[in-house]
Design a protein around this ligand. Sequence first.
Ligand SMILES: *Cc1c(COP(=O)(O)O)cnc(C)c1O
Length: 438
Amino acid sequence: MSGRKTIEPTHRYRNNDKAVGVGNAFWDLSERNGLAGIVAELDDGRPGVLHTEDGHEFTNFTCCSYLDLDSHPEVIEGAVAALRRFGVLDHCIPRSRVQIPALLELEASLGELFGSDVVAAISAGVASAGLLPLIASGHLGNGVRPLMVFDKNCHVSMAGAKPACADETEVVSCGHHDLTFLQDMCKRYERVAYVVDGSDSLGGYAPVRELAELQEKYGLLVYYDDSHSLSAYGERGIGYVRTHCPVLDERTITVATLNKAFGTSGAVILLDGYPKDALRVVERFAGALSYSQPMNTAAVGASLASAEIHRTEELTELQGRLRANIALFDSHIKTEQTGTTFPIRLVPMSDETVIEAGRRVYRAGFHVSPVFFPIVPRGTAGLRVMLRAGQTEEQIRGLCAALVEVGVPQAAPVSEQASVPEQTSVPEQASVSVEGAR
Ligand SMILES: *Cc1c(COP(=O)(O)O)cnc(C)c1O
């Protein structure tokens, strides 16, 4: 015995023993079966097809670029043009001191597009890590320190901010979309802030209308991360939250990545009804927003070009193609998400069979991601499939045939299918979200 102290962690808000313990075994098993750690290049001629160095070809069904804007020629050109125009990739100084006009131009464009004030960030993860502690201390909000309620399924990029928030205020977690609990808290606390995904990474949407009632009645502040539905959903791609939430003022704050359906890189913070100084406080004090790099010039240029596409009929067409592809998949394979607008499907499997099924589907030329216990609760394992606008009918039919080949039951012909509600959601995720749902 050295007599020196060892440390007992409190693990009140995070637990790496559990996260790494649970998650690493999952990744190791996935990698041993060739389903993770893949290195592959895009095939020039055929969109969405990748090939590995040893010559295996596959169509990627695990990519969140739902509208394929990330490889759109105008988006690529936009990145190059902005680099030429501004003549610098990353002007290395906090924007609050000196900035080139690139970000301001982008914020103005996206503000007009989404009908809100916009602050850009380099990623949604960085935005949440910076914003949530400011909300916890009341500096972003109405000045009252709120009770911070984190939804138990909220994305790891938000859950990771709990310890920092807990140093500023009280932090609790609640059941998935537990409105009763929220209402109780609203009755007990002068101010409550609820942190939740607008669109879940395994399907399903936040109950924005019910939350709006609590916002109207009690002044509840809701912090949404709508990364999975920006661009893919709603007029001009404004996303699920801003399409359906009737409260668009100081009580609703939405962040969303530009890295998924928007097809570029970076993130937006969408704010309404905050004075200019509140936006300055965000730029100056929201963690890495104040001291680290902002979106670089190429990302800004690409985003300006993607925003232009959002203003045209082409966006509606791409959304339509995405919906048609989702419907085509649904006509072959039945899942809990069948009939919803959400681009992700979880094809149910048992924990024992899912890895082998994923391996065989991959060998057949389609990459889908297996999820299984312990990263999701027992009984909720499956192959996660992401549909995109650019996938061809042939690719989708091919995937469905490969799924049937590994034992997935074929959907009943359309006439026999029961009608399904618009918003179903899959069983809740385990609380340790180690899978980085992207
Ligand atoms: C993908 C995803 C993110 C990560 O976005 P970045 O901009 O890459 O940080 C954050 N939140 C949710 C809900 C996501 O699905």
